[in-house]
Design a protein around this ligand. Structure first.
Ligand SMILES: CC(C)[C@@](O)(CC(=O)O)C(=O)O
Ligand code: SF4
Length: 423
């Protein structure tokens, strides 16, 4: 029996590997609960079909989502989707989410594929988002997914953990996105490389599951292995609504005296809206430094901030108003469920009346699929990355903000502090 106190990551990897007493740096063969691959699933399939006589060890653990380029815009992509569809059909993969379902991470969580305490690997770095449900999610390469299909396991090194305690109350106009941009700016883009980030503190407990998704999603931009918010009744309710039975039974919690490589305390009470400036996510400034910068496009989308409550924030600012004629605004709801709810609750009419373009759920502009910028153009985006050329021209600029800042800025056509509209 173990006597040392453990972090969440230690406990999750111990459970998934059956190895006791994993310490940071220890490598174990882990059996993930889900292996997710997105639009590029065909790459895993191509590699898998080269493995002589390989069979899927656990077809029920395979999840595929056609989200990054969806619906297909070229016959090449259509053929790749088709290959994935046919493979799923032939191999008995029932967690196949086609082009209508939206962004892989949101589709998985909304469809009951993620339980607290699970270990989930995905061909996407933002798989850290599953920590919002108390799971250990991490991004891997295509060939690692292929190997997991065949073997049911993957080796993982047990990470050290960083404890981030969030306290205080968010001021009006300041959101979890601003917290994360502030943390990424302070800790830098490699501040958490291969570490597990655990969020604690009174504010973390106050946040909704959707807001916790923003925390765990953006944590990737500090290079983390995974992120985690301790599951509570809000988590369990979300999971139950998604179809998970008894989600509380699999929840894992760190021991109180677990060892952390670093502890960060942030009181958000005086935090201002933050902006990540081109072309790296840790180039973060308070909004007052960049307010007034002229925009060509505003993009509300991505797994970071195109959830239902993000659209509510945007609609509450745009209601009864018109966006500036000098900008185009594109809103890409994160998932089919979010699009449906936004439709039912009348949010889409508000956005359309204000002058926004609504696109189908999926990665869309965040993955450079639609909404491209020309040379010299500037987009303010609610996504999680602002790398050069990600949304079109190499000579264009992407700034990142909260949905509220994006909405306030769409009204004026330049970067605008949402507190000016909300006051
Ligand atoms: C494929 C790409 C656009 C990606 O989804 C990849 C990733 O996160 O691993 C991203 O957000 O950068
Ligand atoms: S929405 Fe953007 S960040 Fe999220 S998985 Fe898709 S491309 Fe990557």
């Amino acid at each position: 029996m173990s006597t040392t106190a453990k972090t969440f990551a230690q406990k999750a990897l111990e459970r998934a590997s059956g190895v006791n007493d994993l310490k940071p740096g220890d490598i174990a063969d882990v059996a993930p609960d889900i292996y997710m691959s997105h639009t590029a699933s065909w790459r895993c399939i191509a590699a898998f079909e080269k493995l002589d006589g390989a069979v899927l060890k656990h077809p029920e653990r395979v999840a595929m989502v056609m989200d990054h380029i969806s619906p297909a815009r070229t016959s090449l992509v259509a053929s790749q989707h088709r290959r994935s569809r046919q493979f799923a059909e032939a191999r008995g993969i029932d967690k196949f989410f086609d082009v209508q379902e939206g962004i892989c991470h949101l589709a998985l969580m909304e469809n009951g594929c993620v339980r607290p305490g699970d270990v989930i690997i995905g061909t996407d770095s933002h798989s850290t988002i599953y920590g919002a449900l108390g799971a250990l999610g991490t991004g891997v390469g295509f060939s690692e997914i292929t190997a997991a299909w065949a073997l049911g396991t993957i080796w993982m090194m047990t990470p050290e953990s960083i404890k981030i305690s969030l306290e205080g109350r968010l001021p009006l106009g300041v959101y979890p996105k601003d917290i994360m941009l502030k943390l990424i700016g302070d800790l830098t883009a490699d501040g958490a490389t291969y570490k597990s980030i655990e969020f604690h503190g009174g504010l973390t407990r106050d946040l909704s599951v959707s807001e916790r998704m923003t925390l765990c999603n953006l944590s990737m931009e500090m290079g983390c292995k995974n992120a985690y918010v301790p599951p509570d009744e809000k988590t369990f309710e979300f999971c139950r609504a998604a179809g998970v039975e008894n989600p509380e039974n699999s929840a894992l919690y760190p021991d109180e005296d677990a060892t952390y490589s670093e502890t960060v305390n942030l009181d958000v009470s005086t935090l201002e809206p933050q902006i990540a400036c081109p072309h790296v996510v840790d180039n973060v400034k308070p909004i007052s430094d960049v307010a007034g910068l002229k925009l060509d496009q505003v993009f509300v989308g991505s797994c970071a901030n195109a959830k239902y409550d993000d659209l509510v924030e945007v609609a509450s600012i745009l209601k009864g108003r018109k966006i500036s004629p000098t900008v185009r605004m594109m809103v890409t709801p994160g998932s089919r469920g979010i699009l449906k709810r936004a439709t039912e609750e009348g949010l889409l009419s508000i956005l359309i009346d204000a002058g926004a373009l609504i696109t189908n759920p999926g990665c869309g502009g965040c993955a450079g699929d639609g909404g491209a910028m020309g040379d010299g153009e500037v987009t303010l985006s609610t996504a999680n990355r602002n790398f050069r050329g990600r949304m079109g021209s190499y000579e264009s600029d992407i700034y990142l903000s909260s949905p509220a800042t994006a909405a306030a800025s769409a009204l004026t056509g330049s970067i605008t502090d949402p507190r000016e509209v909300l006051k």
